[in-house]
Design a protein around this ligand. Structure first.
Ligand code: HEC
Length: 236
């Protein structure tokens, strides 16, 4: 019995010293920063036009990508996860989490921070609460915000009624590119801004008559106005 208690005491001691040794480290790449506990190990690599690194701990890995590549990750089929659009220091982002809390993937995607491109961070497996705690410390554009981001798990939406950015990449970029004319005109910033918010919103709800080609632009149902608002927030 005595032995048993000494082992427990020993374990507790090891555990406590281990806890005390964990401090917070700051990660910074251009306009993005966050803090992470020091028991995660950071490995950095640098590509030609993008940055790539990862944090690892106990078999879980968090991948971090930043740069011009702008992958438009929601153009591809959506996984059966939950999504939420969150504004971080004035910039729109998407958090994606699985329907179960453990052993699964969770990500944060910021398609456009500035002309330098976007940011994408996702973990491979493990406890998504650990991951979200790190994500909550994200700050953009040298923000001095002290408070962590609020992530309300109740407000996440499934892939059938996704938030604006997810809907936009998934449904609009089939026919439009942001760079050149495809089936429809290029949805670049200059073109979008030249239309104005009000016109743009009205256009999305309107019935379209095909002109030269037998394909016409999507009409969005007015009941999806929240999604449209999020999309416009992002595009403008
Ligand atoms: C099935 C293909 C298709 C999809 C999907 C699509 N569009 Fe279009 N879009 C077009 C075509 C074709 C045009 C050219 C005008 C027309 O014939 O309707 C167009 C035109 C536009 C225009 C310019 C209208 C003008 O009068 O200058 C905007 C803005 C636009 N689309 C935005 C969007 C957005 C935002 C989405 C996603 C919700 C979207 N489109 C999805 C095919 C598409």
């Amino acid at each position: 019995m005595k032995n048993f208690f000494s082992i427990i005491t020993l374990l507790l001691l090891i555990h406590c010293t281990k806890q005390e040794n964990i401090s917070l480290r700051k990660f910074e790449i251009e306009k993005v920063e966050f803090t992470y506990p020091s028991d995660w190990k950071l490995t950095e690599t640098e590509g030609i036009d993008s940055y790539f690194s990862y944090l690892s701990k106990d078999g879980d890995t968090i991948y971090i990508e930043f740069g011009m590549y702008n992958p438009k990750i929601y153009k591809s089929p959506l996984q059966d996860n939950l999504f939420r659009q969150v504004t971080i220091d004035g910039t729109e982002s998407i958090i994606e989490i699985p329907k179960t809390k453990y052993g699964n993937f969770a990500s944060i995607y910021i398609p456009t921070i500035d002309s330098a491109g976007g940011f994408y961070m996702f973990n491979k497996n493990g406890n998504i609460e650990d991951f979200l705690r790190i994500y909550q410390t994200l700050k953009l554009n040298k923000s001095r915000r002290k408070k962590p981001l609020i992530i309300d798990l109740k407000e996440f939406k499934n892939k059938n009624a996704p938030p604006g950015i997810v809907f936009y990449e998934h449904n609009c970029l089939d026919c439009h590119s942001e760079y050149h004319y495809e089936i429809g005109p290029a949805l670049d910033r200059k073109f979008i801004r030249s239309k104005g918010r009000l016109w743009f919103e009205k256009y999305l709800y309107s019935i379209k008559q095909p002109k030269e080609i037998p394909i016409s632009c999507t009409q969005i149902d007015e009941k999806d106005s929240l999604m449209v608002k999020e999309m416009i927030h992002y595009l403008f």
